[in-house]
Design a protein around this ligand. Structure first.
Ligand SMILES: NC(=O)C1=CN([C@@H]2O[C@H](COP(=O)(O)OP(=O)(O)OC[C@H]3O[C@@H](n4cnc5c(N)ncnc54)[C@H](O)[C@@H]3O)[C@@H](O)[C@H]2O)C=CC1
Ligand SMILES: O=C(O)C(=O)COP(=O)(O)O
Length: 633
């Protein structure tokens, strides 16, 4: 374990770090942060994935007032309540590959160059994507790994104007650091209404009778239907759409049961719906309506085995995804009479082949993926996705992120200063590692007065990971791919929550980052346990470094930092201050922590500018200074 007592030669950090700091002395407040996240102008703080627009690199708290003042140099400014880009800056290019509501397009046009190119082949999409910052799709565009590869790192966000993201290769998006956002709420009612429309029209043969009449027939006896009242409906997947379908079916006098391994039973019970097992649901139902996402676990869950368990004469509605049904098995079940009817809005392959037996089956009612296709839903979805994409391009954390920590706005406002602290601690800790020693494990200890279940640390963990990984990675790192890259580098990050006697008003009392089994270029950062260990707290909204190894310090984590270990004696602050002053380097903070009087002490010096090599060398030559390190934040 490193604890060299000799003066190390100054080694600047090997990587140039993007500075995401602000000199704001104004702590972020809950309401100011929230209102900025809602895109209202003239609020003081925003929590940003500040991609130093548009390079989307780091998350930072930034003073929005300052941004507005410096609008001439900042690409994003607020004009008349709209987000616009200054004309001298290159606007981001947003490719919209499927029809999107006008209100959403309008929002996008206020922010970037919008290219609406529908029905692109994969090849054309791959060609176009290389010049796009954002891509907005619905269910018809396959955003494959090839698309991310073709984007060559330019694509920052994929917006899915709807719920299901099974057409986006999330793993590839994550690896390429591309954020994926969706619009999960605006089409819920439309999908639920379409489910009910299919249920009722299937039960009364509306589509078949309509076709027959248009063919000149009058077949009243042929199209006798079945009633819904008193029948049992199994809602498979009790999420947003499923629960709305259940509510409406109850209104039609149906008995409703549901199967959803993740839905809380009390939410179902509250609307008179019983949660049952998969087998129980499908074996007792007269109607089965599917509302689960298509995942590896749900792919073809309706297959020969499950059709063998259903009640004879069951009727099936699918407005979820075609892939949850084995379509060939369904045809067999229809032919055998096990399944009396099916009403399908979605198909494994869309559009399905023209000769699809399922589509042609006389007891099957089909619609071409119309669940979300109401005027109202499409306008809502377009606005929801446009706001999410513009927000992401501006660097804001997305509330509907699919492949990054998704944090509710209230939690985000509370965690905002800790998010900054987390990233800076990670960034500092890794710079304390001596070159060449491979880091394998990092531990994060959150001290808090709150119950561990009351503290959502996903965002903090992601930011610490980003802070650690970014300086040692030559590829682009952001919140999306930090964890993936850490794993790829073999770095294991563990977390521990410690309940301390502090104010429960604060979500976190302190955050400690420990790096094990590595040598340190600053031996004093190594704690008694042999790990590099640093700890920080948020004070008045500003992140502070409060512990380095076994030494207590107190220095605000802004600008850059010099840590010196010295013999505790008078005049040290003056000597170092003078050396920096000669080079016009402004000292923002100084703090001395010592183990015992006139023994070892650590001096932590915050500097606004980066001292040149000459001044750092001079600091190293001060006789009482035993070791020192310069760290960029
Ligand atoms: N046809 C259309 O145009 C539309 C289709 N959809 C599709 O409907 C589905 C549901 O959408 P939302 O309700 O908004 O999503 P959601 O995420 O709110 O609900 C999905 C529910 O399925 C549950 N689930 C996951 N695995 C399951 C399993 N193995 N068995 C049973 N339940 C499971 C989840 O716990 C969750 O409660 C999605 O696949 C979505 O793509 C949504 C809107 C329109
Ligand atoms: O939101 C969903 O999951 C849907 O299936 C809607 O798809 P669409 O946007 O209409 O292609």
């Amino acid at each position: 374990m490193a604890s060299s007592t000799t003066k190390p030669i100054f080694t600047p950090p090997s990587t140039t770090l993007t500075s995401s700091s602000s000199s704001s002395s104004q702590p972020p407040t809950r309401s100011s942060l929230l209102s900025f996240l809602r895109n209202t102008a003239s609020t003081p703080i925003s929590l940003k994935l500040s991609h130093s627009h548009p390079s989307f690199r780091s998350l930072s708290i930034r003073n929005a007032t300052k941004t507005i003042e410096s609008a001439e140099t900042s690409p994003v400014s607020k004009v008349g309540g709209k987000d616009t880009i200054n004309s001298q800056e290159t606007k981001p290019t947003i490719l919209v590959s499927e029809k999107l509501g006008e209100a959403g397009l309008e929002l996008l046009r206020n922010f970037g160059d919008v290219d609406c190119s529908y029905d692109l082949s994969q090849e054309d999409l791959c060609k176009k994507i290389a010049s796009c910052d954002a891509l907005i799709v619905r269910s018809g565009t396959k955003v494959t790994r090839q698309v991310f590869e073709a984007a060559k790192g330019k694509l920052k966000v994929v917006g899915r104007a709807g719920v299901g993201i099974d057409n986006v290769d999330l793993q590839a998006a994550t690896e390429f650091g591309c954020l994926v956002v969706n619009a999960p709420t605006a089409n819920t009612v439309a999908a639920a209404e379409h489910g009910i429309a299919l249920l009722a029209s299937m039960a009364r043969n509306v589509a078949q009778a309509d076709a027959s009449m248009k063919a000149g027939q009058w077949q009243r006896n042929k199209y006798v239907g079945v009633s819904l009242v008193g029948k049992t409906l199994a809602v498979m997947g009790f999420g947003k759409v499923g629960s709305e379908v259940a509510r409406r079916a109850k209104g039609l006098g149906m008995e409703v049961v549901t199967h959803d391994p993740y839905a809380p039973a009390d939410r179902a019970r509250a609307i008179g719906v019983e949660v049952v097992s998969f087998d129980q649901a499908i074996s007792t139902a007269d109607f089965i309506s599917l509302h689960m996402p298509l995942t590896p676990a749900t792919k073809k869950v309706f297959n020969d085995d499950s059709f063998a368990k259903v009640k004879k004469g069951v009727r099936i509605i699918n407005v979820a995804r075609g892939g949850v049904i084995d379509e060939e098995a369904l045809v067999r079940a229809l032919d055998s009479g096990k399944v009396a009817q099916a009403a399908l809005d979605v198909f494994t392959e869309e559009p399905p082949p023209k000769d699809s037996k399922l589509v042609q089956h006389e007891r099957v009612t089909v619609t071409p993926h119309l669940g979300a296709s109401t005027k109202e839903a499409q306008e809502g979805v377009a606005i929801e996705i446009a706001e999410a994409v513009v927000g992401a391009l501006k660097g804001e954390l997305a509330a509907t992120a699919v492949n990054a920590p998704m944090v509710p706005a209230e939690v985000l406002s509370e965690l905002a200063p800790y998010v900054v602290l987390a990233e800076r601690l990670g960034r500092l800790a890794v710079q304390l590692v001596a070159g060449g020693s491979g880091m394998k494990s990092a531990k994060v200890v959150y001290k808090s007065a709150r119950d561990p279940d009351d503290l959502d640390t996903r965002l903090l963990r992601a930011m610490i990971t980003k802070g650690i990984i970014e300086p040692i990675s030559d590829s682009f790192i952001n919140l999306v791919n930090a964890d993936f890259t850490a794993k790829k580098k073999g770095l294991r990050i563990s977390e521990e929550r410690v309940v301390v006697d502090a104010s429960p008003e604060l979500p976190v009392f302190s955050i400690q980052v420990q790096l094990s089994n590595v040598d340190s270029k600053f031996g004093s950062a190594v704690s008694g346990g042999g790990d590099i260990s640093i700890e920080g707290k948020v004070k008045n909204g500003i992140p502070h470094l409060t512990q380095v190894g076994s030494f207590s310090v107190d220095v605000s984590l802004e600008g850059n930092l010099i840590l010196c270990r010295q013999v505790d004696q008078p005049g040290m602050i003056g000597q170092v201050g003078n050396i920096l002053g000669e080079q016009n380097v402004n000292v923002s903070f100084m703090s001395v922590g010592r183990t015992a009087r006139r023994r070892n002490a650590i001096m932590a010096i915050g500097v606004d500018e980066e001292p040149n090599l000459e001044s750092l060398k001079k600091i190293g030559e001060v006789p009482a200074i035993e070791e020192f390190v310069f760290l960029k934040l």
